[in-house]
Design a protein around this ligand. Structure first.
Ligand code: ASP
Ligand code: MG
Length: 359
């Protein structure tokens, strides 16, 4: 029996949020790994610092502001992590860590600071009251290939390393990061922390992975843009993968691979609510979901992903809104539309869904 939790950056905002996350962790039995993203918006800022570093502009200001923000959070938690955090954020052009790296590898190094800082804070906070919580540098266990910015894990090697860990501990570790066999820090791709949760779950044959977010689960359309959404209770691995491939940002698209392979359930739920949220497993329920992604600078692809028996499909195929069909698969239909009309099309699809529901 074991569980893996992953907390996204959107819920790691300040000391209050860290305490909230800590409560959830402390109240859970059989937890093995807690995977953390960088604190809210930190990865974007690190990317900005890296760009300045490359262009020989002043990148120290961005790093100093981030350092201060993290020191502030740790102070509010009564932790003295000034020295640890300073060491992490201390990147200089001649720093030993960067010698011999390509520019993409330097970016991976910049990225790694965010996750290392957030996990340092949470693990210090938790271990102050219970020694079973322990900081783990995920780069010591998660072995990857040598592709910068989008590395793939070497699962069997990673599993072997995990077997050497202390089985009594609950490890607080970083999402998104790994290390290739040549000893270089790699990242799994932007938003890749979900994937880390899935990789570690695969390695320990976890019972479940829970991805904790600021939204209640996987919605029928992006809740930050549309009010008329509902939660999808149960989704198959296949549908969840289709959704992410067609633009839904709720999960990193490769997350489902290791989970489906071993039939490990994924729960997507909110830190603010008691509800279970969405379960992703082998069998989904009847559902539909609308999502959009860029086609180019002027057009978008709007897609409807659905369970095969859903009544909306025949209506969609009649194409009452006269949008251009783009692509169709057994579980989705896509339309190509000018960006200005994207929102309108999505609203019309939701209207159509309402009429189907009323019948
Ligand atoms: N912090 C990384 C990012 O923002 C990875 C993640 O949060 O999943 O892309
Ligand atoms: Mg994410």
């Amino acid at each position: 029996m074991s569980k893996v939790f992953k907390f996204g950056g959107s819920v790691i905002t300040d000391a209050f949020a860290v305490k909230k996350i800590a409560k959830i962790i402390e109240n859970t039995d059989d937890l093995r790994f807690v995977v953390l993203s960088a604190t809210y918006n930190t990865t974007n800022k690190l990317e900005d610092a890296y760009r300045k570093f490359l262009n020989k502009e002043d990148y120290h200001k961005v790093l100093d502001d981030l350092l201060l923000h993290h020191i502030e959070i740790s102070k509010d938690l009564n932790l003295d992590l000034k020295n640890d955090l300073r060491e992490l954020f201390n990147v200089t052009h001649d720093s030993k860590a960067l010698v011999g790296l390509t520019s993409e590898e330097v970016l991976d190094h910049f990225y790694s600071i965010g996750e290392l800082a957030s996990s340092k804070i949470l693990s210090s906070y938790l271990s102050a009251s219970d020694k079973k919580f322990s900081f783990l540098d995920v780069r010591n266990i998660l072995v990857t290939n040598t592709v910068p910015k989008a590395a793939s894990p070497l699962l069997l090697e990673t599993k072997k390393r995990i077997e050497t860990l202390d089985s009594e501990k609950v490890y607080i570790t970083q999402g998104f990061l790994g290390k290739s066999v040549d000893g270089i820090t790699r990242t799994l791709g932007r938003e890749g922390s979900d994937y880390t949760g899935a990789i570690l779950s695969w390695c320990i044959d976890a019972n479940s992975l829970t991805i904790w977010k600021d939204v209640e689960g996987i919605h029928s359309c992006d809740p930050s843009r549309f009010r008329r959404t509902s939660i999808i209770k149960k989704l198959s691995y296949k549908s969840a993968t289709t959704l992410t491939r067609l633009g839904a940002k709720v999960l990193f698209s490769r997350t489902m691979e290791p989970l489906e392979n071993k039939g490990i359930s994924l729960f997507v739920r909110s830190v603010f609510l008691k509800n279970q949220g969405t379960e992703v497993c082998h069998e989904g329920s009847e559902f539909f979901s609308v999502t959009a992604k860029d086609y180019d600078t002027t057009d978008s692809i709007v897609s409807v992903v659905f369970s095969p028996e859903h009544k909306l499909i025949s209506k969609l195929l009649e194409n009452p809104f006269k949008a251009d069909f783009f692509e169709q698969g057994p579980d989705f239909i896509s339309f190509k539309i000018n960006k200005h009309r994207e929102e309108d099309l999505i609203e019309k699809i939701l209207d159509l869904q309402d009429t189907v529901d009323c019948k």
